[in-house]
Design a protein around this ligand. Sequence first.
Ligand code: IMP
Length: 475
Amino acid sequence: MVSKSHGYSDVLIGLQYGDEGKAKIIDILSPNYDIVARFNGGPNAGHTVCTEKGSVSLRQIPSAIFHDSMLLYIGSGCVNSISMLNNELDQCEALKIDLTNRLIISGQVSIIQPHHILLDNLLHEKIGTTGRGIGPCYADRALRMADGRLLNLQMAHLKENPEECFAMMRANLQETQKRYNLPSDAGLEELENNISGAKRILKFIAPDPLTLQRLVSKGKNVLFEGAQSIMLDVSRGTIPFVTSSQTTVGHAYVGGDLSPKHHRYTFGIAKAIMSRVGNGPFVSEYGGKASEEYCATALAKGINRETESRDDAVKLLGSDNSLDIAKGLRIVSAEYGTGTKRPRRIGSLDLVQLKHAIHQNSVDYLFLNKCDLLGAFRHTKKGKIPLTTGYITEKNEKIDYVPSTQHTAETLKPIVEEFEAFSDDVSHIRDFEKLPQALKTFLNKIESETGSKILGIGVGPNREEVVLTQALTLK
Ligand code: IMP
């Protein structure tokens, strides 16, 4: 039994392919909670939090760092890089944010070792991973040991015996160098960075596995911050083009080290214009395979935000070529990777996929970001906002569900419904009733089709550029 004085926990997840703008919504919701906690992923996530105090690019530390009284918890479902944690702590220190007694890292977080990064870059190019060692680290977690070497090194090992931990890290690195015929200095710099950076993080490692549970039992409220998103889930996403952790709501209560008895609400975040980084199916993508290929090879060809922005976005949006439309939308919506800087693949909102994610996770409340950018569709030849409402299969059959295999998903064509575009600048609007009728009609369609209440919409990149449909003090 959970006592009456216990706290509650809510979970916020991304509903599409990542990068839905979760950090901004977490920032807005934060005053309702005492703790923001991560339950999956590692430095593959990335969000820049901007406030008047300055901005930080966080990958592993939960996003509520600017709320001084909040605790930040990294759960056992995560994998962490010691060197990148140091980088994040440096950024916090530069802004005079002291995380002593605020940041708690579960002792069961697995450490991303130098050989994981080498392996990720050797083996996972086709998936288009972030190259941060995520997959190999989760794989070693499951493998546990090999030839007497401990593969899954956890934060608790580091705390207990740093020297032994580094010796095992070195042995694992040497084994990978040998197996893949790599030079003897491969990964050494990362190893040195881990050794020199470890001391600084020891004080953040939780004393025992019940630390978060105890805080909630004493009345603290938690918001779980999902990393990556539903379609990137390792077992239920668009396999194999997924990340290596679980992203669905239930997993917050596995990787987040808390009993599910405390669960209250599930928040889902989506974007009105979708994006995807890395390879894999994306039915509503502008430019299809050509766009996937363009984005996958862009960085190597020197294409990035700066080079693309030299083009005239409005002109591109009026083109007949869907690759140009993608580029135009990417420029106006600034869709470039926070961590990797890759141009993101762009597509119109896919209602079939959104309903799938909402239904799978029983999302109570929905936030739809980037609604201001729907106005950009007035510059297209059709001048309408597209919405994917069904799919056509290779056999010319209509379906209204997300298929289970990559092959089928990659052969689908979208069925598109069109909505009136609007020309008003909505970024200054804060009252839902004052939004253009065309946007309200679009939002009503989303709400009625998904059965999930829209709690807020994003009308600009800044924290305050949100239109709420009700107060956020949800009781
Ligand atoms: P990994 O997580 O680095 O193994 O990458 C696997 C796939 O997930 C790749 O397509 C990545 O681009 C994607 N991915 C991982 N993290 C994120 C994220 O935070 N946002 C969007 N895509 C991500």
